[in-house]
Design a protein around this ligand. Structure first.
Ligand SMILES: Nc1ncnc2c1ncn2[C@@H]1O[C@H](COP(=O)(O)OP(=O)(O)OP(=O)(O)O)[C@@H](O)[C@H]1O
Ligand SMILES: [Mg+2]
Length: 223
């Protein structure tokens, strides 16, 4: 999902996981509308959706492994969460370790999270999101503030994991070049509206100019 700042990318991702209620339209997951779901079904559905927020939302003082374990907190109450953090089950600790290895930061397990570089923190956020074995991963600008090479690496890893573990992946990106290079389907969002939904090969200079135009009168011509 690409589009200028303020287009509504974060808002759309947050409506997909139900944290922002849709003012119009609706969200359906596997054909079931979120608005039709009761408390229990909604909770179960949410536990199958993982979200990586724009600012990653790692707890900086916690060790890397604890931040990954926090990915399982949606499943129980506060007490379960505290216990999982202070005295993780062996299987959970093992899974956290394997995920961290898989994303390439397995040697940083016991470091404080804020001691890691930006790119490493992004990988920890990926491991945390995958901890609960999601069916859908929503990632909001997950590679902001790292250099293009590392951004490409992290995105390629996300795509590889999605194929490997079979989850659907929806990513918002400012880096159009990487979006076109790596993803098979591009959604262009501008002023809360879908401007295009196509394969990268189908995208012409006209669409791109319209997507990022600074002049709002061009929108009025289209409206
Ligand atoms: N809680 C809110 N209440 C009302 N308006 C909001 C709220 N959150 C965001 N907006 C507005 O909705 C629009 C879309 O914001 P959003 O954060 O979704 O954009 P974005 O595409 O993610 O931008 P960026 O690329 O800068 O992250 C903006 O005009 C913003 O000011
Ligand atoms: Mg945003």
């Amino acid at each position: 999902m690409v589009g200028p700042s303020g287009a509504g990318k974060t808002t759309l991702l947050r409506s997909c996981n139900g944290t922002v209620p849709a003012a119009a339209g609706g969200v359906a997951i596997n054909g079931r509308a979120l608005s039709d779901m009761g408390e229990r079904e909604l909770r179960r559905t949410r536990s199958e959706l993982a979200f990586i927020p724009q600012d990653l939302a790692l707890v900086p003082e916690l060790r890397v492994v604890a931040n990954v374990l926090a990915g399982g907190f949606g499943r129980g109450g506060l007490l379960t969460a505290l216990r999982a953090l202070l005295k993780p089950r062996r299987a959970d600790a093992q899974r956290a370790f394997e995920l961290l290895q898989r994303v390439g930061v397995g040697d940083q397990l016991y470091k404080r999270s804020d001691k890691l570089s930006g790119g490493e923190q992004q990988r920890v956020a990926v491991a945390r999101a995958l901890f609960g074995g999601p069916r859908v991963l929503l990632a909001d600008e997950p590679v902001a503030s790292v250099d293009p090479e590392r951004a490409r690496d992290t995105l390629a890893l996300l795509l590889e994991l999605a194929r490997e573990q079979g989850f659907a992946l929806l990513v918002s990106l400012h880096n159009l070049k990487l979006a076109r290079e790596l993803f098979g389907r591009l959604l262009g969002l501008r002023r809360g509206r879908l401007l295009f939904d196509c394969a990268p090969e189908q995208l012409g200079p006209g669409e791109l100019a319209a997507l990022y135009a600074l002049d709002p009168s061009e929108d009025e011509q289209r409206d």
